[in-house]
Design a binder for this molecule. Structure first.
Ligand SMILES: Nc1ncnc2c1ncn2[C@@H]1O[C@H](COP(=O)(O)OP(=O)(O)OP(=O)(O)O)[C@@H](O)[C@H]1O
Ligand SMILES: [Mg+2]
Length: 323
C-alpha cells in the first residue's frame, strides 16, 4: 500500500492521489469509472483484512453505517472486498478535516466551534436513534467542507461510522496497550470495557469541543496509560483555565458533558450543544467584568466507588504510588 497505488484500478475505481492515512487505512481520491464521479476510496490495511472477526464486523457495520442517510454523515456508496483488499467508497469531501484545521488555525471562535459541534451532534443523535454508536469521534473524523452561504460558512460531515477500531480490543485484535490511534477522546466507560451507548460519543464530542475552544484536548499526559487514568478518574481542567474569558456557564456545560458517569451527562448530543450555545449567548448578552464573575461552580461530581481497573489497564494502576 502507499503511493504505489496511485494510477491503479481497484474494483472499478481509478486511484488518483492520497488524501490521508490513519491507523488502519489509507484514503485516496479516486474516480468511479462506472458513474464517472470523484469519490474517496478508503483501503483498509492488510492486517485488518486478515482478521476474520474484523471482516465479519466490517461487513455488518458498513451495512449499518450505509443505512444512515443524514446531511452531516458522509454517505457510503459501496463497501466490499477485492483481491484481498477491503475498501469503502464514499462521498469525496473537499476541504480539511478538523484535525488539520485546528493544527493550522489553533483554537476557533466560539461561534464557529458551536456551529461545527451542532452539525456533528445532529449526525450523532441520528445515528444513536438507529442504535449505532460511533465510538471514534475525534477531529480527524470530522470533515469540514465549505458551506452554502455566509450564515452557514461550513458544512461538516462526520465519517468513519462502523469502523469501530476502539472496540476491536474487545474482539481480541488488539491486546494490552496496543490501542491504535489517539486516546484523547475516549470515554471512561469505553476504557473500562463497560457497555457503551450514545453517551460515549457525547463524551468524545465534548473532548472535541473542548479542543476546538482551548487548543488542546481536556487531558494531556505523556504516557497513554496516564491518559486513560485521567479520563477515568481525573477532573478535567475548567475550560476557562485554558481559554480565559470563558463564561462560568460554559465551564459547567462542558464539565457536565465530560462527566465520568454517562447518566450525569446530557441526554443527547444536541442537548449538549443547545446548552453550549445558550451559555455563549448569555455571556454575550450580559458581559461581566472580571470582578463580577464568580468562580466556576464546583461541578466535580462524586463518581461513586472507583470500579476495579480492567485487567489490561493494570500497569498504570500498579505504577501509581500506594496501589
Ligand atoms: N470522504 C472523504 N473525503 C475527503 N477526505 C477524506 C475522506 N475520508 C477521509 N479523508 C481524509 O483522509 C484522512 C485519513 O482518514 P482515516 O480515517 O484513514 O484516518 P484518521 O481518521 O485520521 O485516523 P483513524 O485511522 O484513527 O480513523 C482523514 O483525516 C481525511 O483528511
Ligand atoms: Mg478516520
Amino acid at each position: 500500500m502507499g503511493a504505489g497505488l496511485v494510477g491503479e484500478r481497484i474494483a472499478g475505481y481509478q486511484v488518483e492521489c492520497e488524501l490521508g492515512r490513519g491507523g488502519m487505512a489509507v484514503v485516496y481520491r479516486a474516480r468511479d469509472l462506472r458513474l464517472e464521479r470523484t469519490v474517496a476510496l478508503k483501503l483498509l490495511t492488510p492486517d485488518m483484512v486478515r482478521n476474520d472477526t474484523f471482516r465479519r464486523r466490517f461487513a455488518h457495520e458498513q451495512r449499518a453505517a450505509a443505512a444512515l442517510d443524514h446531511p452531516h454523515i458522509v454517505p457510503i456508496f459501496e463497501a466490499g472486498e477485492t483481491e484481498g483488499v477491503l475498501y469503502i467508497a464514499m462521498r469525496y469531501v473537499p476541504g480539511l478535516d478538523l484535525r488539520a484545521l485546528l493544527d493550522r488555525d489553533g483554537p476557533l471562535p466560539v461561534a464557529t466551534a458551536v456551529r461545527i459541534a451542532a452539525q456533528v451532534a445532529s449526525a450523532l443523535d441520528a445515528a444513536h436513534e438507529h442504535d449505532l454508536v460511533h465510538r471514534d469521534v475525534k477531529p480527524g473524523n470530522v470533515l469540514v467542507a465549505r458551506g452554502t452561504d455566509s450564515d452557514h460558512p461550513e458544512h461538516v460531515y462526520l465519517t468513519d461510522f462502523g469502523l469501530t477500531k476502539k472496540s476491536l480490543s474487545l474482539t481480541g485484535l488488539t491486546s494490552v496497550g496496543e490501542f491504535v490511534g489517539t486516546l484523547d477522546y475516549v470515554a471512561p466507560e469505553q476504557i473500562a470495557g463497560r457497555p457503551v451507548d450514545g453517551r460515549c460519543d457525547l463524551y468524545s464530542l465534548a473532548c472535541v469541543v473542548y479542543e476546538t475552544l482551548a487548543g488542546g484536548p481536556p487531558f494531556q499526559r505523556d504516557d497513554s496509560m496516564e491518559l486513560l487514568w485521567a479520563h477515568q478518574y481525573d477532573q478535567p481542567p475548567a475550560l476557562s483555565e485554558r481559554r480565559p474569558g470563558t463564561p462560568a456557564e460554559m465551564d459547567e456545560v462542558v464539565a457536565r458533558a465530560l462527566a465520568k458517569v454517562p447518566e450525569d451527562r446530557y441526554d443527547s448530543c444536541l442537548d449538549f450543544v443547545a446548552a453550549l450555545r445558550r451559555s455563549a449567548r448569555d455571556a454575550e448578552r450580559e458581559p461581566k467584568s472580571e470582578a463580577d464573575t464568580h468562580p466556576p461552580t464546583q461541578v466535580d461530581r462524586a463518581v461513586g466507588p472507583l470500579p476495579h481497573p480492567p485487567q489490561w489497564a493494570r500497569p498504570v494502576f500498579d505504577r501509581r504510588p500506594g496501589r
